[in-house]
Design a protein around this ligand. Structure first.
Ligand code: AMP
Length: 283
């Protein structure tokens, strides 16, 4: 596996691949990799001739009071994991490389970026869109892989790719969970043992929502109330939002339907965790 730090070097390799008509699979990450990231890397490997994984903790998507500095990092471990997966290139630029002095251009998807996580993280999706567009332009992927864990992010990036004619196929893969149901996240490393146990209330409340819906409860208010009740019963949990929304507009729905996104963000102690469920009535 090649580790590339400089943008021009990445561009040279990409040009060489393009000259041979090699298809490029791409997985953008912020590192501190776990099985969720690896599922995306494997899908990329399976669906493209060459695979690039990027590792960049993007300051532009963190708010001033958020955890940019504290965000977990372990380049050696990440490198070894990607090496084992047979990834061709790890693209690992510095902050100065991506945001040199005088950097001034940002990409936004107003509306979608202001809902759900956007309400408590203003500017977050602007930072995400900007870095992903830059990465797409540098890596020129045919297919890019994202996780449903960040469902709103995937919806916004699909919109950006469509609106700007990026010509990238965007694939969204299922949430990878720990055996106990906790959605894998680099931020889980912040949790104490007690908090990790408390955090199970997120996936459990979504499981309960799924059971209600499977049992025929289509009233979104009732389903959300049950999720809220369960999470409120956990003393270490503080709810940021719990919503049932249409998957294209992210507008709240009254009735649960096929494809409805039930999304939540909950603080466990100081750590903000997200999880979600996409309603599948056919399963
Ligand atoms: P991050 O490093 O947190 O920015 O995540 C990089 C990519 O991995 C994003 O597309 C995430 O949605 C995806 N991802 C993160 N956690 C998971 C998970 N538990 N299961 C599947 N994909 C995930």
């Amino acid at each position: 596996m090649k580790i590339i730090n400089a943008i021009p070097e990445m561009q040279t390799i990409v040009r060489e691949w393009a000259s041979r008509n090699v298809s490029i699979g791409f997985v953008p990450t912020m590192g501190f990799l776990h099985a969720g990231h690896i599922s995306l890397a494997r899908a990329a490997k399976k669906n493209a001739d060459v695979t690039v994984v990027s590792l960049f903790v993007n300051p532009a998507q963190f708010g001033p009071k958020e955890d940019f500095k504290a965000y977990p990092r372990d380049l050696n471990r990440d490198t070894a994991m990607l090496e084992r997966e047979g990834i061709d290139v790890l693209f690992h630029p510095s902050t100065e490389e991506m945001y040199p002095a005088g950097f001034a251009t940002f990409v936004e998807v107003p509306g979608l970026q202001d809902k759900l996580c956007g309400r408590s993280r203003p500017g977050h999706f602007r930072g995400v869109c900007t870095i992903v567009l830059k990465l797409f332009d540098i890596v020129r992927p045919d297919i890019a892989f994202f996780g449903q864990k960040d469902a709103q992010q995937a919806i916004i990036l699909r919109t950006m790719a469509r609106d700007l004619n990026l010509g990238v196929r965007i694939e969204v893969l299922p949430i990878v969970r720990e055996a106990d149901g906790l959605a894998m996240s680099s931020r889980n490393s912040y949790l104490s043992a007690a908090e990790k146990k408390a955090a199970l209330v997120l996936s459990r409340s979504l499981d309960a929502a799924k059971s209600l819906i499977d049992g025929g409860e289509m009233n979104a208010g009732k389903v959300l109330a049950s999720v809220r009740r369960m999470i409120s019963g956990e003393p270490l949990a503080r709810i940021d939002y719990i919503e049932a929304v249409a998957p294209e507009s992210l507008d709240s729905v009254r009735e649960i339907a096929e494809g409805t996104l039930i999304a939540l963000a909950v603080f466990i102690g100081q750590t903000r965790l997200i999880d979600n469920l996409i309603v599948n009535l056919k399963a």
